[in-house]
Design a protein around this ligand. Structure first.
Ligand code: SIN
Ligand code: FE2
Length: 206
């Protein structure tokens, strides 16, 4: 898919960044890490409405959402344990495409069953926006929607296939984005179907 010229500067789309073999390796690693830090169902601040995605984190900090709000914290909310270390293959990805002098602190792992989606939002719970958010898609294809820095402006959509990498950096760092839907059954990478999305983030200023 070609990107139109009006994608914001700092938005990078790297289709097929990971080969099918690399994707399998990454899924094996994640399967192991998710045993240590199980997927949990976050709920919306105040209302307590459950998200349709399940999530966990890797790294020194992990993003969580519960009735008291959104935040980064050092421990898994259910096990109380520190999050597992971000695997080397993802640190290498950050070093290659992240355009940032420091290491990522968080890798949010979102699991989308075929019916899951994510509303338009900005990633703005970090204390610095100088580093990009680097995203990896694994499993079923997703319809990703990208807007501008203001809610409600024009948007465009992009199919994210297994192995694709997207970078939200520079002017794109605070662009609204979301997942309209998952194309269930479009990939056989995950044995139970669905999609994993990994987002590498820097939270603290350098
Ligand atoms: C996110 O915005 O946290 C996830 C985006 C995606 O699933 O591609
Ligand atoms: Fe996001």
């Amino acid at each position: 898919m070609r990107l139109s010229d009006d994608f914001p500067k700092g938005f990078k789309y790297l289709p097929g960044y990971f080969s099918p073999e690399e994707q399998k390796g990454l899924v094996d690693t994640l399967r192991y890490l998710v045993k240590e830090a199980p997927l949990f169902t976050p709920v919306m601040p105040r209302t307590g409405k459950p998200f349709s995605v399940r999530m966990t984190n890797l790294g020194t900090l992990g993003w969580v959402s519960d009735r008291s709000g959104y935040r980064y914290q050092t421990q898994h909310p259910e096990t109380g344990q520190p999050w597992p270390v971000i695997p080397k293959v993802l640190q290498d990805l950050w070093n290659k495409v992240g355009d940032s002098p420091t290491a990522p602190e968080a890798c949010l792992v979102n699991y989308y069953a075929a019916t899951a989606k994510m509303g338009m939002h900005q990633d703005r719970d970090e204390k610095t926006f100088e580093a990009p958010v680097v995203s990896v898609s694994l499993g079923d294809t997703a319809i990703f929607r990208l807007g501008g820095v203001k809610r409600g402006g024009p948007t465009q959509s992009l199919k994210l296939n297994s192995g694709d990498v997207v970078v939200l950096g520079g002017e794109a760092r605070l662009c609204y984005h979301g997942i309209d839907r998952i194309l269930g059954g479009s990939s056989s990478l995950l044995k139970d179907g669905g999609r994993l999305n990994l987002t590498l983030r820097r939270i603290s200023p350098f």
